[in-house]
Design a protein around this ligand. Structure first.
Ligand code: ATP
Ligand code: MG
Length: 445
């Protein structure tokens, strides 16, 4: 098996080897190369100690010196170079209590999570595949190196990583590896939210977001996303729907492109349905108020999982408005754009389409036609560069002060009044018309 290493990686490996050490490309980059995917980053494993690595290269960064990782900079590009190590006993299911360096490559490969991630390569020795990683790649299988119960007990995050790799690669999880998860899933409670978030996002933006079902079935969502378990247990019992709330969210994710904000929005857009459910006289379920309640819940969940504020705000806003249906009149659409916020477009249309496509066929054509018409009108309004926010208004607070208004609350109200007027009559967005309007309302008060 020949892998084309980037020149800079070859340079680092050769430098280490000329100094008498062993060195290999290792882990994800070897796996991705064999798969014909372009590796995101190239990691190097070596028998040299961190100190020795630092003396061999002029520019290095102490990335994780205690764990043996030094980043070697070659022409400004960084390559994590880690000393062969054995992870000691895992103290808190998270960090190895102690890291022991070793001179044996095999010891380093043994500590890695899955067979497909436990291969090393350099040009001199070729591929080192001690655990059948190539065979598992051929058979599309995620399999623990060694005993899965032991490996998941050492580090609970590996259970999420197993499903995340299955989702990214379209692989299935080997039977014993999968069977070890339910009994150990509760250990995920000891893993930091940040690390869970990384694996969850990689899963959600993969080609197989439906693998979230595996996370649920193996008992992992109940630890860090119990709201999803409630969704999976909530039927909809309504002609517009053919799935329970959780399955609807999964299908909605499959129907939207693999963007983090969009996938999180589809995952959580109906998160409040289990708590907003009511039943009418005919036994049909309704979920009044679920968009705004859902946005609140989603914000709490995303905060708990330590997402950044930008993500929380975008997802929250898209959830609030996911079911907003303005009248198809230009003025109503302008008011909707103002209400929802310009920054939510055109993503909101993608959300609405994905949501609709994850429901039953009942009135689907009408619903899609409505979204199309809404989007067409939105585009026309944008093309005409009509006024949609206070910023676009032909007068400012200063202009109003110029005609004698006092700064303060009333000034803000006057500007808002003018904006509402202009949303209805875009042709009135001219200083003289607006100032006149303020004067006449002032006089009539
Ligand atoms: P990605 O393409 O998503 O970066 P990756 O395989 O490179 O995938 P990383 O998280 O960057 O994954 O880890 C690099 C390598 O370190 C893995 O391929 C694996 O060999 C090892 N590794 C990472 N996390 C763990 C873990 N929790 N337990 C055991 N080995 C791990
Ligand atoms: Mg990596």
């Amino acid at each position: 098996m020949k892998i084309q290493l980037p020149e800079k990686v070859t340079f680092i490996i050769d430098t280490l080897m000329r100094a008498g050490f062993e060195a290999y490309a290792v882990g994800g980059c070897v796996r991705d190369s064999i798969l014909g995917r372009i590796p995101g980053d190239w990691d190097i494993t070596t028998s040299a100690s961190p100190g020795q690595v630092k003396t061999l290269f002029p520019k290095t960064v102490d990335t994780g010196i205690l764990h043996g990782t030094v980043t070697v900079l070659v022409d400004g590009e960084g390559f994590e170079t880690t000393t062969y190590r054995i992870d000691g006993e895992y103290e808190d299911k998270r960090h190895p209590k102690e890291v022991v360096f070793t001179s044996e490559l095999m010891e380093d490969l043994k500590r890695r999570d899955f067979t497909i991630n436990a291969m090393a390569y350099n040009e001199q020795e070729g591929l080192i595949d001690a655990f059948g990683g190539v065979l598992d790649i051929e058979n599309k299988i995620i399999r623990c190196v060694g005993n899965p119960v032991d490996r998941f007990t050492e580090d609970a995050l590996r259970m999420m990583r197993a499903v995340r790799f299955a989702a990214q690669l379209g692989f299935s999880i080997e039977e014993h590896t999968k069977a070890a998860i339910p009994g150990l899933a509760s250990n995920l409670a000891q893993i930091s939210a940040e690390r869970i978030q990384v694996e969850l996002v990689k899963l959600l933006v993969s080609d197989h977001p439906e693998e979230l079902r595996t996370v649920y079935e193996t008992g992992m969502t109940s630890v860090f996303l119990p709201e999803f378990d409630q969704m999976m247990k909530t039927p909809q019992n309504n002609p517009f729907h053919c799935y329970n709330v959780g399955e609807h969210a999964i299908v909605a994710m499959q129907n939207i492109r693999n963007d983090k904000i969009l996938r999180l929005t589809m995952l959580l857009h109906d998160v409040a349905k289990p708590v907003c459910r009511c039943t009418d006289e005919e036994g049909i379920y309704h979920f009044y108020g679920h968009p705004s309640e859902g946005a609140k819940m989603a914000r709490d969940i995303l905060r708990r999982l330590k997402f950044d504020n930008y993500t929380i705000d975008r997802v929250g806003a898209l959830i609030v408005w996911h079911d907003d249906r303005p009248t198809l009149r230009e003025a109503s659409i302008r008011r909707a754009i103002h209400r929802v916020g310009l920054e939510q477009y055109p993503a909101l249309f993608e959300v609405k389409r994905a949501d609709t496509l994850a429901k039953s066929n009942f009135k689907r054509a009408e619903k899609l036609a409505f979204i199309d018409a809404y989007e067409r009108m939105y585009c026309e309004i944008m093309d005409k560069r009509q006024c949609l926010t206070l910023k676009d208004l032909a007068v400012t607070g200063k202009d109003l002060i110029g005609i004698g208004m006092k700064p303060g609350k009333e000034l803000g109200e006057a500007l808002n009044y003018l904006l509402m007027h202009v949303l209805e009559h875009p042709e009135h967005n001219k200083p003289e018309i607006l100032l006149n309007l303020v004067k006449t309302t002032q006089n009539s008060e």
